[in-house]
Design a binder for this molecule. Structure first.
Ligand SMILES: Nc1ncnc2c1ncn2[C@@H]1O[C@H](COP(=O)(O)OP(=O)(O)OP(=O)(O)O)[C@@H](O)[C@H]1O
Ligand SMILES: [Mg+2]
Length: 495
């Protein structure tokens, strides 16, 4: 625990914010102490991102007050928030890929000589000091683009630290990280907080929440349930506070594998993936483990035709197939649920209904588009996957992150493929929704569907899969079959 003063440096009082009919925040009060890591927990759509948008000045609340230091206001602009020392680190970073680490840390506050020329040497020296101070000795002369995702996030934190931010806000910063990257990031976060800067952190990973937090605030349906010292609550209690029921985190994988090959992959290479061969059985869940960057997502891209294959052949149900595009993959009964909902998954500006229909239009187009049926199906999936959207016509941008993820799943299930390629399917979804997705996955394999699952969450791999491939540098280095593998077997093979 930190020994910083217990009086708040930032306070929210009775904040209300609604979007149309949705009460995203209802009378929320919250306080933050210097030097603490304060985590916001809650289900998808609970209001976490909305709360931090109020603090970063991205949205203005309808009611309530914000006090930072000695100043109390009814809302903030992004500039005011920054001037008051609130730095926000978004999931997509806003750094300059072409500039060096040092230049990024000093962007907007370049060190200059009287002549106006930039003091490169001085910039590098001071940047190195800051990174040292944060326990992250990166090479400050390197271009940012050469760094991994976690290191880039560390550079963003270093910049906020250089700006003397009083508060650093991070909304699911580690969602796409593997274990190693998470620990790099957390080390920096701890250093920053021990210097007195407060951190507001959001994560759906209970392990991360308990590892990092001093205090935890729980939001539920836009209301503040309470704030707790991290040591005084258990994981089970926290989940009950978030979800309103206890969630059984044990996996119930019932093997459904049959001795019938659905997909044969032979000598597939391309996009950094080297010579992969395997047979996927009917009803099988095949896991693909490995570190971030080991080629797991690329392998799925090759099978789905979204990345160009250099060598190799594919057979579906014993017949050779040419899959060179996602459309061809879908025609052959293969669907991909992507890890990046913003980049390849969703049409954000369009409605849930449009996104739901986009892959299955022909199904409803005999002869004219059968809107009543389309709407019925969209409603059925909305309730089956508990997608929290006010209407079918709500634009996807207005949904919370986890609910966007479920829209992708609904769209894919409506295609009814035989083979599901899942890339980090539970990323960004809350603990309750995770359990729902696991249950859906079991229903799929019970119904004779086959699944290839890429996941960085080892419990997920061990709990759900019949067999697992461990990838490293683009190759499958190890194959492990249930029940004789553990998380540590997988880690060992991956490293
Ligand atoms: N721009 C917007 N327009 C309309 N509704 C919105 C908008 N932003 C958020 N909402 C709604 O406000 C509620 C809270 O959303 P918010 O994004 O804060 O949830 P969250 O707790 O961050 O969830 P997640 O864990 O899924 O990211 C949701 O019902 C969401 O649909
Ligand atoms: Mg969010």
């Amino acid at each position: 625990m930190h020994s910083h003063s217990q009086s708040p440096i930032l306070t929210l009082r009775n904040i209300c914010k609604s979007f149309g009919g949705v009460n995203a925040l209802n009378n929320v009060s919250f306080d933050l102490r210097a030097g603490e890591v304060h985590t916001l927990c809650g289900e998808n759509g609970a209001g976490k991102s909305t709360l931090i948008s109020v603090l970063s000045g991205a949205i203005q609340p309808d009611r309530g007050t914000i006090t930072i230091g000695s100043r109390t206001v009814s809302d903030l602009s992004p500039n005011e928030a920054q001037e008051l020392g609130v730095a926000t680190i978004y999931q997509e970073n806003v750094l300059f890929q072409g500039l060096s680490v040092a230049e990024n840390i000093f962007v907007g506050a370049e060190l200059k000589r009287a002549s106006g020329a930039i003091e490169h040497k001085q910039t590098r020296r001071r940047a190195a000091e800051i990174l040292d101070r944060l326990g992250a000795p990166l090479d400050v002369g390197k271009p940012l683009a050469s760094l991994g995702a976690a290191q880039q996030k560390i550079v963003e934190i270093a910049r906020a630290f250089r700006q003397k931010a009083r508060v650093i806000i991070m909304d699911e910063p580690s969602a796409s990280f593997g274990h190693h990257e998470v620990s790099l990031l957390f080390r920096t976060v701890r250093e920053v907080s021990s210097s007195g800067t407060a951190i507001i952190f959001i994560s759906h990973h209970m392990e991360e929440v308990f590892e990092l937090s001093d205090r935890i605030s729980v939001l539920r349906d836009g209301e503040m349930v309470g704030t707790f010292e991290a040591q005084t609550v258990t994981e089970g209690e926290l989940i009950r506070l978030m979800v309103g029921r206890s969630v059984d985190q044990v996996f119930h994988h019932r093997p459904a594998m049959r001795d019938e090959t659905v997909l044969s992959v032979r000598n597939v290479s391309g996009a950094g993936v080297r010579d992969i061969s395997f047979d996927l059985k009917k009803g099988e869940v095949l896991g693909i483990a490995g570190l971030v960057g080991s080629g797991r997502s690329e392998l799925l891209g090759l099978l789905y035709g979204s990345l160009p294959r250099q060598t190799g052949t594919l057979q579906v149900h014993g017949k050779p197939v040419e899959i060179n595009s996602p459309v061809e993959a879908m025609t052959n009964g293969i669907c991909l649920i992507t890890e990046d909902r913003k980049l390849d998954g969703l049409l954000l500006e369009q409605s849930y209904l449009d996104n739901f229909l986009i892959a299955t239009l022909p199904k409803y187009a005999r002869p004219a588009l059968n809107w009543p049926k389309a709407r019925r199906d969209a409603l059925a999936y909305r309730s089956r996957l508990s997608i929290d959207t006010p209407g079918l016509d709500t634009r996807v941008t207005a949904l919370s992150g986890g609910n966007q993820q479920k829209v992708i799943l609904a769209r894919c299930m409506n295609v009814d493929p035989d083979i599901y390629l899942f890339d980090e399917p539970t990323r960004g979804v809350d603990v309750g929704a995770k359990e729902e997705i696991y249950t859906e996955l079991q229903k799929l394999v019970d119904a004779g569907k086959s699944v290839i699952l890429v996941s960085s969450e080892l419990p997920e791999i061990v709990g759900l899969c019949d067999r697992v491939f461990v990838m490293k540098d683009g190759a499958a280095v190890r194959q492990l079959a249930v029940p004789d593998f553990t998380q540590s077997d997988i880690l060992e093979a991956a490293l």
